[in-house]
Structure formats: structure tokens, C-alpha cells
Write a protein that binds this ligand. Structure first.
Ligand SMILES: *[C@@H]1O[C@H](CO)[C@@H](O)[C@H](O)[C@H]1NC(C)=O
Ligand SMILES: *[C@@H]1O[C@H](CO)[C@@H](O)[C@H](O)[C@H]1NC(C)=O
Length: 488
């Protein structure tokens, strides 16, 4: 009916089209242009229709494609914003140790909260927001001589999940004296599917600590990560575990036990460092596993790890280097000068050691025992979770050591870092190295895709010769069948 009527009365629609036609805006000089005007309108409408088709098809296509790619890659596309850090502190320790947190926390790009036993601190926008823990006095604590605060700190896991923050893939826990290398943690966690149940961390360096607690417990200070799916279930059941494990010492034992009751075991990641040692951790830092550095803990129990810098400045210096090439920080490369029989070990972003003679790679990968045991006392044995070698007491029996001075970028992927000689003792050195004062290391930004994370390979390096006061080292990928050894 309507169609018939429209056919009979074409004028109103025409006039409406007329009102939109360009001729109204640019009036036609002659009525003979009417037919070209209709053609113009027809072309315009066709054009609009085609654009509409292309656009709507295009967006559906793109949307579908993007969401399918996102689905398949979602495991690997973990970003900084997907991590929520939760720091367990107390009012008193926070005053002293927040300076460590400030070094790795960025208000713009890090999501973090701090749990304290009581409030009353001025808010500080350079630090994560502070939350006062809920009362836990109803939970029993029976470990002789232990600290009840273990319950409050364990319950931080539940209270963090209960905040209900959106789009969290990983809940990360640490102490206020834990320093995280956030980008590296993101890389490490990208290996795992956050939709499955994961408890990721590392145990103690000190063998006896693992005997006492568990080889499969993530030591809390080194930090650990719980996938969002596991964290949600854990938050629901944690209180019942807190009742059951009242006889245990620490907060991390309580979390470990509850996770174990859920049937989940620890996924070991060697980049987390509890640092259960004391004193000089040079040897520990110079033999980092072939895995990104994720955390350092117990900073107040160890010496500042750069000469002439205090603890906070030392950590800041290391984090500063990491900002140029996060994946490479503390990664060790070894290269040889066969002409002069010199061996060089580069620990990127920290130190270079120059050895006189031909040192075999496996020896340089073992840890120099520069530190002392975590537990003190006469009966304490220094058993560690890694191979160690003695660090000579006589400074002249040690390699020449160069500490990081400065790092820079060439503006693209290239990075340089300079290391200055740390003079100790008046030692007689081989002629080839006796005048050395500086080492400059050139490298390219290390990219860790998931494949390299699963099956990593150490990089090689070359010494530019001749050298006199200053040595230049270039780090690069090894050739397929290249061996890290001296050509003899
Ligand atoms: C470390 O040195 C900085 C100055 O560079 C100073 O502000 C800070 O208080 C020092 N920290 C300690 C613990 O001495
Ligand atoms: C190394 O430097 C010293 C001091 O600058 C200089 O006397 C010497 O000739 C140099 N040696 C070589 C081989 O260039």
C-alpha cells in the first residue's frame, strides 16, 4: 500500500533529495542539468553504500581477527598493568624501607599496595597507597618465640585479592626490603598462563633454610607470584588454613601450606632472590642464572654492592642500568684474549672481572663465596643451593675488578656501559693488563621472547685488541657451533 502511494506521489521525495543536492548549494545555471544531477546523486549514494559495506565488513573482520589473535596470544601478552604488587610492611619498618620501594615503583605504570599494621603516616604520591591490615587476633599463633605478625602478613594475600581490582593476571607479594625488576618479572610470568593455577617463586640460597622450611616453598622476601585464578580460590580458603597452621613460624609457610592443600606445587623461577646470606654479595651477583633478574631481598643484611655508594644508592645504580636493558642486567658473558692469555667475565650492568690466564668457563660460572652464612654461630655449615668456589683472601690472588660507572644508549638498540677499576692492594699484574683502568662494553638490547625464556643460551663476547688503559668488549649472539673457550 505504502509503496503504491509513494509511486503515485514521487514529488515529495524528489524535493527532499533536491534539498540535499549540491545544486541547492551551488545553483544550476540551466534546467538541462537535471539528468546529470540525478546521476550525481546516484553516484554519491553508490559511493556511500560501498564505503559503508567496506567499513562495516572491515571492522567485523578486524574485530574478529584481533580477538582471535588476542585469544591465542593472551598467554604471552602479559603487561606491567596486569600485575598487582602487594607489599607487606609495618608502620616502623616502612619509615626506613620505603626508600627501596620508591626505587622500583612508578606511580604511572606499577600497580601496588602496601599493608601496614597501623596507619598514621602521611600519604606520599611517590609510593603505593597504604592499607591498614584487618584485625587477626582471632587466629591462633603457637610457634615458640615467633612473631604473630606472620598471620597478618599471610592474610595480605586474601586482603589484596578481596580489593577486587580489575584486570589483574598476577598477584605479586614481597616485603618492603624486596626490590623488584618489574619488566623482567613481566617477561618471566609471560611464560605461564594466568588462567591456570600457578605459584611462582624461589627458595632460599641457604640449604639449611630449605631443610627447615621446605624446598618447595616460595620464600616470601624473595617475592612470589600467584596467578589470578589460583589467588581467587586461595583467598576464599585461606582463613581456614590460618587456623590449621598455627604451629608454623612464618607467613610464607602458611601460604605454602594452603597452596599445597589446593594441590598446587611451586614453579621454581631462579630470578627471585631471597638473599639468605650476609656481607658482600659480589660473588652471588656475578654468577646470576641464565634467567632474568626478578628480585633482590635482605638489602639491609648485605653490604652496599657498589664501592663508595650506600645501600639505596647501590640499588638505584643497578636499577638505573636495568632501565637501559632490563633483560641483560647481571647476565654473564665470558670472552678470551688468546694472544695475551687473558680471560674476561662481564656481568652486565654490574661488574667486569679480568683474569690473567686461561680460565675455563664452568669455573667462572660457579659462585665466588664472598659472603657469609645467614645463620650465625659455630655449628653453622655453609651449604648452599649452588656450586661455590673460594674467593681468595689475598686481593692479588683475585681478578682485576671493574664496577659499573655509567650506562648509555645510542638512541636505537645499542647500549654502552663503562666499568672502572676498583683498586685493592698493590699487586703485580701481567703486562697485558697492568695498565687497565676502564672497560667499555657494547651490546644490543636483549629481547626475551618466550622461546628464549624456555631454552635460553648465553651470549658471546669479543675483546677489541690491542688495549692498554682501556678495553672495549662487544657482546653478541654466539655462532651456532661457537664454544666459549680460549682458542689454543
Ligand atoms: C645514601 O645516600 C643518599 C645521598 O646520596 C642519602 O640521601 C641517603 O640518606 C643515604 N642512605 C643511607 C641509608 O645512608
Ligand atoms: C700504554 O699507555 C702508556 C701510558 O699512557 C704508554 O706509555 C704506553 O706506550 C702505551 N702502550 C702501548 C702499547 O700503546
Amino acid at each position: 500500500m505504502n509503496q503504491t502511494r509513494r509511486k503515485r506521489r514521487p514529488d515529495p521525495s524528489l524535493s527532499r533529495l533536491d534539498s540535499l543536492s549540491p545544486e541547492m548549494l551551488f545553483p544550476a545555471k540551466s534546467p538541462s542539468l537535471t539528468s546529470s544531477r540525478i546521476r550525481y546523486i546516484f553516484l554519491l549514494l553508490t559511493f556511500c553504500f560501498i564505503i559503508y559495506i567496506i567499513f562495516s565488513y572491515g571492522t567485523t573482520f578486524r574485530r574478529e581477527q584481533i580477538s582471535s589473535i588476542a585469544r591465542s596470544l593472551s598467554v604471552f601478552s602479559t603487561r606491567r598493568r596486569h600485575l598487582l604488587f602487594s607489599i607487606a610492611a609495618s608502620h616502623d619498618s616502612w619509615l626506613r624501607r620505603s626508600s627501596y620501594v620508591r626505587l622500583w615503583y612508578s606511580p604511572e605504570s606499577t600497580r601496588a599496595v602496601v599493608f601496614l599494621d597501623r596507619g598514621g603516616l602521611e600519604s606520599d604520591l611517590t609510593l603505593p597507597p597504604v592499607i591498614v591490615s584487618k584485625d587477626v587476633s582471632r587466629f591462633p599463633y603457637n610457634f615458640p618465640g615467633g612473631l604473630r605478625s606472620a598471620i597478618r602478613v599471610a592474610r595480605v594475600v586474601k586482603e589484596t585479592v578481596d580489593l577486587g581490582d580489575k584486570d589483574v593476571r598476577w598477584f605479586v607479594f614481597g616485603d618492603d626490603d624486596t626490590v623488584f625488576f618489574v619488566d623482567n618479572l613481566v617477561t618471566v610470568l609471560s611464560k605461564y598462563d594466568h588462567r591456570k593455577w600457578y605459584y611462582v617463586g624461589s627458595n632460599s640460597e641457604f640449604y639449611d633454610q630449605n631443610v627447615r622450611y621446605s624446598f618447595d616453598m616460595a620464600f616470601g622476601g624473595g617475592g612470589f607470584a600467584i596467578s589470578a585464578s589460583l589467588a581467587k580460590v586461595l583467598a576464599k580458603v585461606l582463613d581456614s588454613c590460618l587456623m590449621r597452621y598455627s604451629h608454623m613460624y612464618g607467613s610464607d609457610s602458611r601460604i605454602f601450606s594452603c597452596v599445597a592443600e589446593l594441590g598446587v606445587t611451586l614453579t621454581h623461577e631462579p630470578g627471585f632472590h631471597q638473599i639468605d646470606v650476609r656481607g658482600n654479595i659480589f660473588g652471588l651477583l656475578c654468577a646470576h642464572p641464565l634467567s632474568p633478574l626478578v628480585s633482590l631481598h635482605h638489602l639491609d643484611a648485605v653490604d652496599p654492592f657498589f664501592p663508595k655508594r650506600n645501600r639505596t644508592e647501590s640499588v638505584a645504580h643497578l636499577i638505573g642500568a636495568a632501565s637501559f636493558d632490563s633483560a641483560r642486567i647481571l647476565q654473564q658473558s665470558v670472552c678470551y684474549d688468546s694472544l695475551n692469555t687473558v680471560t674476561v667475565s662481564v656481568v652486565w650492568g654490574y661488574a667486569v672481572q679480568v683474569y690473567e690466564g686461561n680460565k675455563l668457563l664452568p669455573d667462572l660460572l660457579t659462585l665466588q663465596k664472598t659472603f657469609s652464612t645467614w645463620r650465625r654461630g659455630s655449628g653453622v655449615q655453609s651449604n648452599y643451593m649452588f656450586s661455590t668456589r673460594e674467593y681468595p683472601r689475598d686481593p692479588c690472588g683475585r681478578p682485576l675488578v671493574f664496577f659499573l660507572d655509567s650506562v648509555g644508549s645510542d638512541g636505537t638498540e645499542g647500549t654502552w656501559s663503562n666499568y672502572n677499576l676498583h683498586r685493592v692492594g698493590n699487586c703485580h699484574r701481567a703486562e697485558a693488563v697492568e695498565r687497565l683502568e676502564r672497560v667499555r662494553v657494547l651490546s644490543r638490547k636483549l629481547k626475551h621472547d618466550v622461546e628464549q625464556m624456555v631454552a635460553p643460551r648465553r651470549q658471546c663476547c669479543d675483546i677489541s685488541s690491542p688495549y692498554n688503559k682501556s678495553m672495549v668488549i662487544n657482546i653478541r649472539q654466539c655462532m651456532p657451533d661457537e664454544l666459549i673457550a680460549m682458542n689454543t
